[in-house]
Design a protein around this ligand. Structure first.
Ligand SMILES: Nc1ncnc2c1ncn2[C@@H]1O[C@H](COP(=O)(O)OP(=O)(O)OP(=O)(O)O)[C@@H](O)[C@H]1O
Ligand SMILES: [Mg+2]
Length: 492
């Protein structure tokens, strides 16, 4: 199969001037070589250090050859055999009017039909050459090319280790290929090599590191963060409906081709009281789907980058697309897109950018947005069809509170069997998950101060001395709960 069909077309048509802007010189040369393997033409490369060298056959350079840019162009002009010339790092000589004229004459020659290809990292053409030039983008490597590269690296490892073979799990290899998508071959090779050389194997354990390294290569520090820690749903009490919903849609999200009649899920909005476990749930979505988690801080995007907010948002979304499949977590979404009259429309435009990305979404990015202030949420975001569902994360009921105690006691190496969970849950009515966790933590401090083992009385004392938010801000929390219970799907 032709790897660069568009380039092949350009060469068949004897396009006189092709410009390839790339840092991957070797790969560019290989692309030309690959195309010319099908319909032969002599292929030359020129560099200031080596002059003109024939690439398609082993031919020593002509003795006494004038290797200067001008001398080279004159020779090309005189050659009557249709050929392809790759001019490496030629950009600085494009400022010379004589060279410009020579290139023009080569391109206008009727019989010779040469192709000149200028290859380099940054190429600005003088106005005289612009109309005759054709820019060609070296496509990023596809899956087949990535897999071939990984196999090559595995082979190299094997040669250096007395022929021992790299252990390759088929599924991990597929995942690695998927993770390397969106990178150029050089960077992808470096990451693949690191993964192989660590332990002579390609396994699922390599993936988080490769994902993080890829994220760092994309140079998106600041507003978009790679969250190394994801969570498991077993660490989250309640939220059973949300979990079930996610599990049902997992196959559609990961399908290579759309499943008949089933749309790939786009994302959810988690709305709820503070400390109810929304952020924890966002992490657990990534854990459940086994995907990297990117966290977008809209509030700081909005505050820190005046005038640049939208561009930064667009770039963050592009990075998420390149990192796909992944979970994009937008925490406290209302802080970035809330309608406000005082910001010259920035928040409106950010919302517009986000909504159009959501509706045009081309890559498997699952959005998890969290919010705890409904009054600030713009109606466009809430409209059905943008996000798949709005879940309400309510204050935990009795059984869920018991489970939260169990989880946080276990986390701190306490045996839940030694506690009266029913009693604790009774006294924690109106408490959020975060507040229950805090009661366990304060109880531990109490016990430690008294040189005692933790027991119910320490936690009960901590609960009694806490005023949960649902009491302190009773009206606000009540309003939110009423809204959530009537307009959103309960998460548990
Ligand atoms: N359902 C739960 N199960 C287990 N732990 C929980 C639960 N809810 C909250 N917690 C604990 O409380 C901590 C804080 O919760 P989290 O930050 O997820 O709440 P939130 O809803 O995002 O709050 P906020 O609105 O303030 O952002 C969690 O890290 C977790 O330890
Ligand atoms: Mg949160």
């Amino acid at each position: 199969m032709q790897k660069h069909p568009d380039l092949a077309i350009l060469l068949r048509a004897a396009t006189p001037l092709v410009v390839v802007e790339t840092h991957e010189e070797v790969r560019a040369i290989e692309a030309f070589r690959g195309c010319l393997a099908e319909f032969w033409k002599p292929l030359y490369r020129w560099s200031v250090t080596h002059g003109l060298v024939r690439l398609d056959m082993d031919m020593p350079p002509a003795p006494g050859q004038d290797t200067s840019p001008q001398g080279t162009l004159r020779r090309i002009l005189q050659n009557r055999e249709k050929s392809v010339y790759l001019l490496l790092d030629f950009a600085p000589w494009l400022e010379d009017p004589v060279n410009i004229r020579l290139i023009k004459e080569i391109c206008q020659q009727q019989q010779a039909e040469h192709t000149l290809a200028i290859i380099g990292p940054k190429i600005e053409l003088p106005p005289g050459l612009q109309p005759i030039a054709h820019r060609y983008d070296l496509q990023l490597p596809g899956d087949a090319e990535l897999e071939a590269m990984i196999r090559e690296e595995a082979f190299n490892w094997s040669r250096r280790h007395d022929g021992r073979r790299v252990k390759v799990h088929k599924r991990s290899l597929e995942q690695l290929v998927r993770t390397l998508r969106g990178l150029n071959l050089k960077d992808a090779r470096r990451l693949a090599r690191n993964a192989i050389y660590q332990d002579g194997a390609i396994t699922d354990e390599d993936l988080p590191q490769v994902m993080q390294a890829k994220f760092e290569l994309l140079g998106q520090g600041g507003v978009l963060q790679f969250e190394y820690e994801t969570a498991r749903f077993s660490e989250v009490a309640g939220l059973r409906k949300l979990k079930h919903w996610l599990e049902l849609r997992k196959p559609a999200f990961f399908a290579d081709k759309p499943l008949p009649g089933l749309d790939s899920p786009r994302g959810v909005l988690l709305l709820g009281v503070q400390g109810g476990g929304k952020s924890l749930a966002a992490k657990a979505v990534a854990g459940l789907y086994g995907l990297p988690l990117l966290r977008l801080d809209l509030a700081s995007l909005y505050n820190k980058y005046h005038g640049e907010s939208e561009r930064n948002l667009r770039e963050s979304l592009k990075t998420a697309d390149i990192m796909a499949p992944c979970v994009l977590w937008v925490d406290e979404i209302e802080k970035g897109v809330a309608a406000s009259d005082s910001d010259e429309g920035t928040s409106r435009r950010m919302l517009g950018t986000l909504l159009s990305w959501l509706s045009e979404r081309k890559h498997p990015v699952f959005l998890v947005a969290t919010a705890n202030d409904i009054s600030a949420l713009p109606p466009e975001l809430m409209r059905k069809g943008r996000l798949d569902e709005i879940f309400f994360v309510d204050l935990p009921g009795h059984e869920v509170r018991k489970e939260i105690f169990r989880i946080h006691l276990q986390k701190r190496e306490q045996d839940p069997e030694g506690f009266d969970l029913d009693e604790l849950a009774n006294h924690a009515e109106g408490f959020s998950g975060a507040e229950i966790e805090q009661a366990v933590v304060s109880g531990l401090y109490q016990a430690y101060a008294r040189k005692e083992g933790l027991n119910d009385s320490h936690i009960l004392a901590a609960l009694k001395s806490t005023h949960p938010l649902s009491h302190v801000m009773a009206e606000k929390v009540q309003a939110l709960r009423e809204w959530g219970q009537s307009r959103a799907v309960p998460a548990d």
